[in-house]
Design a protein. Structure first.
Length: 365
């Protein structure tokens, strides 16, 4: 049933597209650029629209009518198969390439199941309200934008643990440094009907600040090992497997499930004094401290500064696994039930290593 519905939707899309102006062959957009390396779907769509002499909103109305809502939702997360098949066909790329521009492409790599209309672990929420973004869910590296021949936005910039650029080793930005507005690059062309489409994605939609000129701050990891380990996270989800914690893991989402549990542990409310003691001891031992964390709130909703230091401490705990984690747990009296609370998927490298070291029936390490 699902396949037949998808084919029907795709056929409707193609029928409408035949009524729209296309290239000389009649099968492709007149300008149909391929997605750039790790390019985000909405970034790619904006380049297609501008290349065909259209602004993004008229482009969406012209080719997809009002039945396919794009700019008033998190379309990078919820783009349908029918849309991806159609846009792939008129851009001369495969469906797999089109899917690779979406956040759904992380399914099975960073997490087991993708939620197109709700929260998914590791994905930053952008807080859509009508066509505005209320949350700071899209990050950017100013040096990447500066060195791009044509500035564009990457998929991995939507990831909560991607707090420092793996190429330039500087801290990411999640808002305009001039007016502190969320990044909404597709809104840069709004406000002037007569302007020619082609606004740069590297400018703030609210104040026009050149994001490529944003202040640069080094990642400030407490050790080079932590810096290398953080950069390795991006290599792990690119390859689909990892050498995390000294073990070969053929399914990278198992590692990321355990890593996410550690981040959640560091943000738990103080249900017992041992959790706060564990946090304080960890920050002292790792040399990486954080302030202003909102305890009890998901890792993905924390500020960039808090996320940067939380993920750094979580990575530090996975090094020399499980010796370092168990040593701190025993020192502070952390309970096994706290470390595994709400852990629905139990990755063997995380859960088994901890479980076999339980020494008392009260679930204290």
């Amino acid at each position: 049933m699902r396949t037949s519905i998808t084919r029907c939707q795709s056929a409707c899309f193609q029928k409408r597209m035949k009524l729209r102006p296309l290239g000389l062959t009649g099968n492709l957009f007149a300008f149909h650029p391929k997605p750039l390396l790790d390019e985000l779907l909405t970034s790619w769509l904006m380049r297609i629209a501008h290349g065909n002499g259209l602004k993004v909103h008229p482009f969406a109305r012209l080719y997809f009518d009002h039945q396919q809502q794009i700019w008033n939702r998190d379309f990078d997360k919820c783009a349908t198969d029918a849309f991806l098949q159609t846009i792939a066909g008129y851009s001369a790329i495969s469906y797999k390439q089109a899917l690779g521009t979406t956040l759904r492409g992380f399914e099975g790599v960073l997490y087991e199941s993708h939620n197109p209309y709700g929260n998914t672990k590791w994905l930053l929420p952008i807080g859509i309200y009508h066509r505005k973004r209320k949350l700071f869910g899209l990050q950017y590296c100013p040096l990447c934008l500066f060195h791009d021949a044509q500035p564009y936005f990457r998929r991995r910039w939507r990831l909560a643990f991607h707090t420092a650029c793996d190429i330039h080793r500087i801290r990411m930005h999640d808002r305009c440094p001039d007016c502190e507005s969320p990044i909404s690059f597709y809104r840069t062309e709004l406000g002037d009907r007569n302007s020619y489409p082609g606004s740069s994605m590297a400018h703030c939609h609210h104040c026009g600040f050149d994001l490529a000129r944003s202040p640069v701050q080094h990642d400030n990891w407490s050790s080079w090992q932590m810096s290398v380990a953080h950069q390795s996270l991006l290599n792990w989800f690119d390859t689909g497997w990892s050498f995390a914690t000294g073990q070969v893991q053929h399914y990278s989402h198992l590692y990321f499930d355990g890593l996410h549990q550690l981040c959640k542990l560091l943000l738990m409310t103080n249900r017992s004094p041992t959790i706060e003691q564990f946090r304080q001891t960890l920050q002292r031992e790792s040399g990486t401290q954080w302030e202003d964390a909102i305890l009890g709130k998901p890792f993905e909703t924390q500020s960039l500064e808090v996320r940067h230091n939380i993920i750094g401490n979580a990575i530090w705990l996975t090094q020399h696994w499980p010796t370092r984690f168990l040593g701190l747990s025993k020192m502070t009296g952390l309970r096994f039930s706290d470390a595994t609370r709400d852990l629905h998927v139990k990755p063997f490298w995380f859960f088994d290593a901890i479980e076999q070291h339980i020494k008392e029936p009260s679930y204290i390490f």
